[in-house]
Design a protein around this ligand. Structure first.
Ligand SMILES: [Zn+2]
Length: 124
């Protein structure tokens, strides 16, 4: 599957560090051929071809952050787009009005949405 990672909240140097890391490099799709729908988007959103689970890629991203001692950023799922992760600064999550699920880290837009989403985990 094609996984999109939104790096817009990351400083350029950290973004390059992650993209060029050995663990992720092998999954990178060269931006050639992808003009992107939006000019600003194509610069910050990176595409990866990953033949595992969506959650597996999240683990990989977390590992890369850890490997590079980037411990003040977290990997969240973008609710607005499919197969998209967004990397946020730890404290920015509340600022953006997002709440993270205690179980899977999915970003929820409100307290109510988080409650409803988290309830689903109990039925698995
Ligand atoms: Zn969850």
């Amino acid at each position: 599957m094609i996984i999109r990672v939104d790096f817009r909240f990351l400083p350029e140097n950290l973004k390059l560090l992650i993209i060029n890391s050995e663990k992720l490099n092998q999954y990178t799709i060269t931006s050639k051929g992808f003009s992107g729908t939006c000019e600003g988007d194509s610069k910050n959103i990176h595409l990866f071809e990953f033949d595992g689970y969506f959650s597996g890629f999240k683990g990989l991203l977390k590992l890369v952050l850890k490997d590079n001692f980037i411990d003040d950023y977290v990997v969240a799922e973008d609710l607005d787009s499919e197969n998209t992760f967004i990397i946020l600064k730890d404290g920015d999550i509340e600022q953006l009005g997002l709440l993270l699920c205690d179980f899977c880290g999915m970003a929820c837009a409100s307290e109510e949405e988080k409650y409803i989403h988290q309830r689903a985990h109990y039925f698995i």
